[in-house]
Design a protein around this ligand. Sequence first.
Ligand code: ZN
Length: 134
Amino acid sequence: MNPPKLDHIGIAVRSLDAARVYEALGMRIDHVETVASQGVKTAFLSAGDANLELLEPTGPDSTVAKFIEKRGEGIHHICLRVDDIEAHLAKLKAEGFRLINEAPVPGAHGCRVAFLHPAAGNGVLIELSEKREE
Ligand code: ZN
């Protein structure tokens, strides 16, 4: 297992119009995708080696809608890119860390993703993402 790399920071927003401040900084949206399994519409803005992922809920039952209702808009998760998601999940589980997804689920960009429980990340929701071979 290679060490993970920071892939993106996820930001919960009521509307993807929130991209305006980043566009004013000269960044641009280079990918928009609805991820049905997560109940979100996502917009990715490249920030050098990593990205920002804006997350707009697709409906009131979306976990991101519930997050905004409870805590307001803001940083929602960090995502670490790994090359063997199953091996990392097995190791974390064996070491007693709480997981939301014990097996990978489909994410944006055709990636396989899994979330750790925020309790495992000292209040930070950590997403692991494995890129599919292209
Ligand atoms: Zn993400």
